[in-house]
Design a binder for this molecule. Structure first.
Ligand code: SAH
Length: 394
């Protein structure tokens, strides 16, 4: 068994069960990509079993903090069963569920979403890659699923020296599936769609949006960064008279249009606009347009903590424009999915946007990812999605 020995004082985060060991914390020890190592404090005390990533700044990710635990196929069966059991206890109003959420499920670098009896996995680091076959078998057995598609077309794999990969890992079948959410039926393309096909993390924020649209009688709704129209359906379900979906992905907008019709809403109440949101917001402002409710759910503006400052400006900009486009008394659901922008910083950014826009608003609700994307006590980094539901003063 290879040993990685930490520098004096660098054991603290592992003792708090945070699973990452950065390159700079290591005094000595090396291993092959994904190989299991014993991580020790400077004095030889056991800290964790982890997987080694020779090329990554996060050099080791911990599998277990229990010295007697063996990292073998049976370990992955236990971890996967534990993750699946958590979801079974949550009341998820969908047949599409995140089954494994990386570090928060004790499986660093692994994301698995379930769409009915099809699983879609993303493997983002050398440790999970090395154990991929054992994990795949454990997943199918624990979830009672028939097939598993791998969507490891991830930029982060480059940092790990791993090639991008996309294929059926177990079984095969159609890559265009149907899923159900809040009584709506949605099409998901697990091969071409974003992430594993769609954004399950926003599930629990779509229903409150529908409720707020109804409660505040919002007639005209603007859904920015709509993707395939999750919040668009919510607005229509909430009784909106006219909904505009804006996105820069034509295939996503085509699906949004289809979803409006296939879920029984009047297609004339919906307009899909293929545009850059920033440009769209500026043009709408120039034309003097106003909306009763707006959703801003942009892609990740900051990919690393270092990009947070520039991202903060971009978030402030769209929020300023969004707030200006609200009618007095209007509703804004605004989000960030950048890990480097925590809820407190996001609040500050949106507050700044409010001042610049001259809009005073009350916070109706603070939002995060749905509970099947858990954040654990030890690993706050998995809390990447943050949002505010704001009600402007009338
Ligand atoms: N709100 C969606 C998820 C949004 S994900 C949902 O509930 O499912 C972010 C979306 O922003 C993606 O669909 C992507 O195509 C789109 N996007 C990225 N950059 C954009 C830009 N500059 N202008 C418009 N859309 C953009």
């Amino acid at each position: 068994m290879k040993v990685v020995r930490l520098r004096d004082g660098k054991e603290r985060s592992l003792l708090r069960r945070h699973p990452w060991v950065f390159e700079g914390s290591i005094a000595k020890g090396k291993a092959d990509p994904g190989e299991t190592v014993r991580v020790e404090a400077h004095d030889g005390r056991f800290l964790a079993w982890g997987a080694y990533s020779p090329q990554s700044a996060i050099r080791v990710r911990a599998w277990s903090f229990i010295e007697s635990e063996r990292i073998d196929a049976a370990f992955f069966v236990r971890r996967v069963q534990r993750a699946v059991a958590l979801r079974a206890r949550l009341a998820v109003d969908s047949d599409a569920v995140r089954l494994v959420h990386g570090e928060a499920d004790g499986l660093p670098g692994l994301v698995v979403d379930r769409y009915g009896d099809t699983l879609v996995a993303q493997v983002g680091f050398a440790g999970a890659e090395r154990w991929k076959d054992a994990i795949a078998d454990a997943l199918l057995a624990a979830a009672g699923a028939a097939r598993l598609y791998e969507r490891s077309d991830l930029g982060v794999r480059k940092l790990e020296g791993l090639p991008e990969q996309q294929r059926w890992l177990r079984g095969d079948g159609p890559t265009q599936l149907q899923m159900r959410e809040h009584g709506w039926t949605l099409q998901v393309d697990i091969a071409q769609g974003h992430k594993t096909g769609t954004y399950l993390d926003q599930r629990d924020n779509r229903l409150p949006f529908a409720q707020a649209v109804r409660h505040f009688s919002c007639a005209e709704v603007l859904n920015c960064y709509s993707y395939t129209g999750g919040f668009t359906l919510a607005a229509l379900a909430g009784g909106a008279r006219q909904v505009t979906s804006v996105d820069s992905s034509a295939p996503a907008l085509t699906l949004a249009q289809q979803h409006v019709q296939s879920n029984g809403f009047d297609a004339t109440r919906h307009e899909a606009v293929d545009a850059d949101v920033n440009a769209y917001l500026r043009a709408a402002l120039e034309q003097g347009r106003r909306f009763d409710a707006i959703v801003l759910d942009p892609p990740k503006f900051a990919h690393t903590a270092a990009q947070a400052e520039r991202a903060a400006r971009a978030y402030k900009d769209i929020n300023r424009l969004g707030l200006k486009l609200l009618r007095p008394g209007g509703l804004l659901f605004t989000f960030s999915c950048s890990g480097g922008i925590g809820p407190e910083l996001f609040h500050k950014i949106v507050a700044g946007a409010g001042i610049d826009a001259g809009v005073d608003a009350a916070i109706l609700r603070r939002m995060a990812a749905a509970a099947d994307h858990p954040t654990t006590l030890e690993f706050p980094e998995s809390d990447y999605l943050t949002g505010l539901a704001l009600l402007a003063r009338a």
